[in-house]
Ligand binder design. Structure first.
Ligand SMILES: C[S@@+](CC[C@H](N)C(=O)[O-])C[C@H]1O[C@@H](n2cnc3c(N)ncnc32)[C@H](O)[C@@H]1O
Length: 155
């Protein structure tokens, strides 16, 4: 087990959510605004728009606005518990983390053209896989996964 793996072995998705994402504080607002701007106006077009959020943690925050531009989204993280937390939200399981304040905030950034619930559906439609990843490896997702048009990383 590498040092990084040891460090992240005890990562607790619920605690992370509680500490950093229990509300849309000014820091999160800034992050969401930047992503909104990037995906609303900042990208050149390309066919089959593919986005990779690598080091996604247990969060869907980075893909809220990406789901507006992307055709498909891959989410990936080192820690199994984080990938499970994302899957729980995607599948609407009972103990899923609550992203409703963030959905509401980004829906408002989009000018009311989408409701928070439509935004959640949009993400669930576009995220087509949640994969194990290690950015310290030469092939972080393994050799079988092709490159993406947009790569987001916030580790
Ligand atoms: C500070 S959290 C950020 C999570 C999320 N991107 C966010 O913005 O809230 C760092 C994330 O990076 C992941 N991570 C750490 N080392 C990694 C590695 N070598 N490869 C892939 N993911 C890694 C951790 O599991 C954790 O989910």
């Amino acid at each position: 087990m590498t040092e990084t793996r040891q460090l992240y072995a005890s990562f607790d998705p619920a605690r992370y959510h509680r500490e950093y994402y229990s509300e849309v504080d000014p820091e999160v607002q800034f992050f969401l605004q930047q992503l909104h701007q990037t995906f609303a106006e900042g990208l050149t077009d390309c066919p089959g728009r593919e986005v990779l959020d690598i080091g996604c943690g247990p969060t869907i925050t980075a893909v809220l606005s990406a789901s507006r531009w992307a055709d498909t989204i891959t989410m990936a993280d080192l820690v199994p518990a984080n990938r499970e937390a994302v899957m729980e939200w995607l599948k609407e399981w009972e103990d899923q983390l609550d992203w409703s304040p963030h959905l509401k905030y980004v829906a408002a950034l989009e000018g009311g053209g989408v409701t928070p619930s439509q935004l959640a559906d949009r993400i669930r439609r576009k995220v087509n896989r949640v994969l194990p990843a290690d950015v310290l490896q030469e092939e972080p997702l393994g050799a079988a996964v092709p490159n993406r048009h947009v790569v987001m990383q916030s580790v």
